[in-house]
Design a protein around this ligand. Structure first.
Ligand SMILES: Cc1cc2nc3c(=O)[nH]c(=O)nc-3n(C[C@H](O)[C@H](O)[C@H](O)COP(=O)(O)O)c2cc1C
Length: 174
C-alpha cells in the first residue's frame, strides 16, 4: 500500500509526529503550507488556501493527515486540504497531537468534535482518527495546567510511556 503523510504544524509537535510516522512506515511526507501562513488569520478562519503540493495525491492508496486542533475545530489548512482533494483521496487517516485529553474529548474543545467534522467532510474515506494528547507527556500535577501544555512540544526525550504505547498500536494497525 503506497502511503504519504501530509502535515501542518505551528509549534512543531505535529511535525514531530508526522516525521516519526513517515520514518516508521518508510513512506513519503509533505508539509501543507498555507498561502498566508499567519496563525492569527487562520484562527480568525480567514481562508487564502494552501500552496500547491509537490506530490500527486492520486498516486497514493492512503493519506495520513496530521495537524493540531484549534478552538475545537478542524483548522483551516487541514480543512482546505481535505475539501479540495477529497475526490482524489482513496483512504484517509487523521492523526493529531492536541491539547484535549481522553476525559474531555467530547467537550466543546475536545478532539472528538474535530473527528466528527472530518468524518462528515471525508465520509467513508476517513478510516481512522487518532489523538495524541500533549498532556500525556506532562507530569500529573501539570496535566490541567493550560500554560504548561501550551509550552510543551513533542520530542524524542518526552515521547515515551503511554503516548508511545498509543503510537506503537497505531503503527501496527497501519
Ligand atoms: C490558539 C490555540 C487553540 C487551541 N485550541 C485547542 C482545542 O480547541 N482543542 C485542543 O485539543 N487543543 C487545542 N490547542 C492545542 C494544540 O492543538 C496543541 O498545542 C498542538 O499540539 C499544537 O500542535 P503543533 O505543535 O503541531 O502546532 C490549541 C492551541 C492553540 C495555540
Amino acid at each position: 500500500m503506497k502511503t504519504i503523510v501530509y502535515y501542518y504544524s505551528h509549534k512543531g509537535s505535529n511535525k514531530y509526529l508526522a516525521n516519526k510516522i513517515a520514518k516508521d512506515l518508510d513512506c513519503d511526507i509533505e508539509e501543507i503550507i498555507p498561502r498566508l501562513n499567519s496563525h492569527l488569520l487562520m484562527l480568525m478562519k480567514l481562508n487564502f488556501g494552501n500552496r500547491k503540493l509537490k506530490s500527486q495525491i492520486e498516486n497514493y492508496d492512503r493519506i495520513i493527515l496530521c495537524g493540531p486542533i484549534w478552538m475545537g475545530q478542524l483548522i483551516v489548512p487541514l480543512h482546505n486540504f481535505v475539501a479540495k482533494n477529497i475526490s482524489r483521496i482513496k483512504q484517509l487517516i487523521f492523526v493529531t497531537c492536541c491539547g484535549s485529553n481522553f476525559d474531555n474529548k467530547d467537550e466543546k474543545f475536545g478532539h472528538n468534535n474535530v473527528f466528527k467534522e472530518l468524518r462528515k467532510l471525508a465520509e467513508d474515506k476517513c478510516l481512522h482518527c487518532e489523538a495524541f494528547p500533549i498532556t500525556l507527556v506532562l507530569p500529573d500535577e501539570l496535566k490541567d495546567n493550560t500554560d504548561a501544555f501550551m509550552k510543551t512540544h513533542l520530542n524524542d526525550a518526552n515521547f515515551k510511556g503511554k503516548i508511545h504505547k498509543i503510537y506503537d498500536a497505531l503503527i501496527s494497525k497501519l
